[in-house]
Write a protein of this length. Structure first.
Length: 502
């Protein structure tokens, strides 16, 4: 973004169009970058003189200043002085008070005495007195992230961002709507998604817009543009309050793009409530995967994107999850209307209890979790357990009475996981090709093979390894089924013995 006094826009035809620059400005961009590079080691005042001379040669001083303001972000200035400036001033002012400075000669005397006290030459005192003023700071280094083309690209982006400072509403169509909505939420803006003949359109405002038109959120709109412009195709329209006159600003991917530099890191979640919930939920070992900002859901002629979804590990089943914490009545009504229009989806809504709309949401056939401060993970998990119980019951009812696993050995738990049912449902089924050995199903032929591999007197560790190679982890049950027991010999380990060998 640029300072607002550097904004260059055209208002012809009643519009509001930033005055972008193209390749024709490349020589000027190169000169700006070169000016900074040549001024390394000079003071800021000397750099400003160089830039003033550049402005005098250019057609538009605002363009020069805009490019320079962007280049300056990669400039490092520092204070260079023989004596720390604050110390030099303190000692010089003390000696000046003692001398009673009236004339230039008195001043020289005061500076000389200050130099004696500081142990330096008078010139060092003079050089240090005001070295920390902006004009006297030294350009210590300049490491630009952009070449001339990149500087022009960043200038156009920054110019468009500044033009959005006075926007009251922004409407965007983007090839990457998910990233757009995620950024909108991070910036604490209000949005809705409308279906238009040209495609889905995200309409963005600030919360204050629910009560009055406001320019308060212009900076957030400007920050949003960086995400918008990162998409391969997009179009943005904004209503701008131009000193009391409403104007239309239109931008597209042909106007603005994002230079190839990484933006500052932004938080991943829209609120602390959501971040806290996601962190605690993912720490649990559940059969549900938490999905951030899933696909949009149809709500009449509009669309909503829930905050989360839960995917069940053992079936093609998704539960959507929305955290409803904003307090304005208009926002609540809009959310209720969206929820009322949802069809054929499972939705859990965490509602801030201060809203007092839990019963209204439940009446719309959605599951409700009330919260105050933080969403309790246990409350959400309890709801998911209810879904899970229904899914397990449906899966168990669909199980055949007789099951023939492919593997020679498989645990009941692994088989239950494969079929998406509880283990107790699997226990009630028949397995004609397998025998139950503890909690493992084993083909008789494999048991016969193991009888030939495990012999009396074998070390228990070797016997367990043979069983593991065959896919059997429950060594105790398997050895018992084969007619063996384990004889323990002090602390030295066990030996396989026949059961009747007492």
């Amino acid at each position: 973004m640029l300072r607002k006094d550097l904004l260059r826009v055209s208002r012809s035809g009643g519009g509001y169009r930033p005055e972008f620059v193209g390749r024709e400005a490349r020589p000027l961009a190169a000169r700006v970058l070169g000016t900074f590079a040549e001024a390394v080691g000079e003071t800021r005042a000397e750099l400003d003189d160089r830039l003033d001379a550049l402005e005098a040669d250019a057609d538009d001083f605002k363009l020069v200043r805009g490019l320079a303001s962007l280049a300056e972000r990669d400039a490092a200035f520092e204070t260079r002085a023989p004596v720390p400036p604050e110390r030099a001033r303190r000692v010089a002012f003390e000696t000046a008070e003692a001398v009673g400075v009236v004339t230039e000669s008195d001043r020289e005397t005061a500076v000389g005495r200050a130099a004696d006290r500081l142990g330096v030459e008078p010139d060092a005192v003079e050089a240090s007195l005001y070295a920390d003023r902006d004009a006297n700071e030294v350009l210590a280094g300049f490491d630009p992230r952009w070449d001339p083309d990149g500087l022009i690209e960043q200038y156009n982006l920054s110019l468009a961002q500044t033009a959005l400072f006075d926007a009251t509403e922004v409407r965007v169509r983007s090839a990457d709507p998910k990233a757009l909505v995620s950024a909108v939420k991070r910036l604490r803006l209000m949005y809705e998604i409308r279906k238009t003949d040209a495609g889905r359109e995200v309409v963005v405002t600030g919360p204050d817009a629910l009560f009055r038109r406001t320019r308060r959120y212009g900076t957030a709109f400007a920050r949003l543009l960086r995400t918008v412009a990162a998409a391969p195709e997009w179009r943005l329209e904004a209503t701008v309050d131009d000193r009391g006159t409403e104007r239309l600003l239109t931008l597209s991917d042909g106007d603005v793009s994002v230079p190839g530099v990484e933006p500052l890191a932004e938080p991943s979640f829209d609120s602390g409530v959501e971040a806290e919930f996601a962190g605690r939920f993912r720490a649990l070992d559940l059969d549900w995967e938490l999905v951030r900002e899933p696909e949009p859901l149809e709500t009449g002629n509009r669309v909503m994107i829930p905050d989360f979804a839960f995917d069940y590990a053992h079936a093609d089943f998704r539960v959507f999850f929305e955290v409803m914490g904003f307090w304005t009545p208009a926002y609540v009504e809009k959310k209720l209307d969206q929820l009322d229009r949802l069809e054929d989806v499972e939705m859990v809504v965490a509602v801030d209890e201060s809203l007092g709309v839990g019963e209204e949401i439940a009446a719309r056939d959605h599951r409700v979790v009330s919260y105050a401060g933080d969403v309790r993970v246990k409350d959400v998990v309890d709801v998911l357990r209810e879904y899970e119980a229904d899914l397990l019951a449906d899966a168990a009812a669909a199980l055949p009475e007789s099951i023939v696993p492919d593997a020679d050995a498989v645990t009941l738990a692994a088989l239950a996981d494969e079929y998406g049912v509880a283990v107790d449902a699997m226990e009630r089924r028949e397995f004609p090709d397998h025998e139950r050995v503890g909690r493992t199903l084993v083909r008789p032929a494999l048991l016969d093979e193991l009888r030939g591999r495990i012999e009396p007197g074998m070390d228990l560790g070797a016997a367990e390894e043979a069983l593991r190679d065959a896919g059997i982890e429950d060594a105790s049950a398997a050895l018992s089924r084969l007619g063996y027991r384990v004889a323990w010999e002090g602390l030295g380990g066990g030996t396989v013995r026949e059961k009747d060998d007492e």
